[in-house]
Ligand binder design. Sequence first.
Ligand code: DGY
Length: 322
Amino acid sequence: MSKPKILVTRRWPEAVETKLSEAYDVTFNEADEPMSKDALRQALSEYDAVCPTVSDTIDASVLAVENPRTKILSSYGVGFSHIDTDAAKKAGIVVTNTPEVLSECTADLAITLMLSAARRAGEGERELRAGQWTGWRPTHMIGTKVSGGVFGVLGFGRIGQETAKRAHHGFGMKVIYYDAYPVAPEKAASTKAEARDSIEAVLKEADVVSLHMPGGKENYHLINAERLAMMKPNAILVNSARGEVVDAKALADALKNGTIAGAGLDVFEGEPKIPEPLLETNAVLLPHLGSATQSTREAMGWRVMDNLEAYFAGREPGDRVA
Ligand code: DGY
């Protein structure tokens, strides 16, 4: 029997590419750039499985293809708001993701953003490299102390919990959270995290607000001008979730006006294009590096392979989301 034909929309870590190529008839997108909707549409007619990433938009217009050959979209990443899961279901296509394996690294990155924004690491480095540092002085580049403060988590899933652990155990922060879904008490136990009954309650109380909810329509511009105005003037906003959760223009205004003190962002609406107003602020901006470590990127690849293997063996893939 011939091997299933698989399209991988980006280059992956070498070890995973090698194993995948042994098991399947694989095509890698050698250009290693986001694929156009037309190319993705075409792929759904040609391949048994497609393995996309966050930067391949597989919306209803892509999934409208008639009689797709593709039976599974095995996405490389935990977030799947780049795939219209309702349209995939209608087209009879299974969708899987890669949860758990990237929680620790993404939490590490969220803490990197918190500290960099609070202690003005980006601004400091830019000043130094520009040859503008005139030497130590007591009033130079004063930041915000986060140790012992209140760490607010919006979206208390795996990554939110891992980030809370670092903030609580590493920096002695009190953790508060809001999640739209019920959270089992044991998930909050190790950080003594206290639930709040609304997003607003977290925004008003926290010194640092870290976003960990999914992207997509349901959370589009959840953090807008009105909600930013509820935050403390010394507060820091961290976004390692999805760019569209934050209204970038409103955030840029809030930073310029001193409504909040700083922001650390790893994700952007419409990335890799960065919303212009943000470039004029003191925000720390990173190019979507949350899961970017060798072991994590390999683990994500193995997880995609597990899902493919289950599907082609006629079993239910462990990470099915649609
Ligand atoms: C994820 O896994 O969701 C990361 O943001 C990369 O896609």
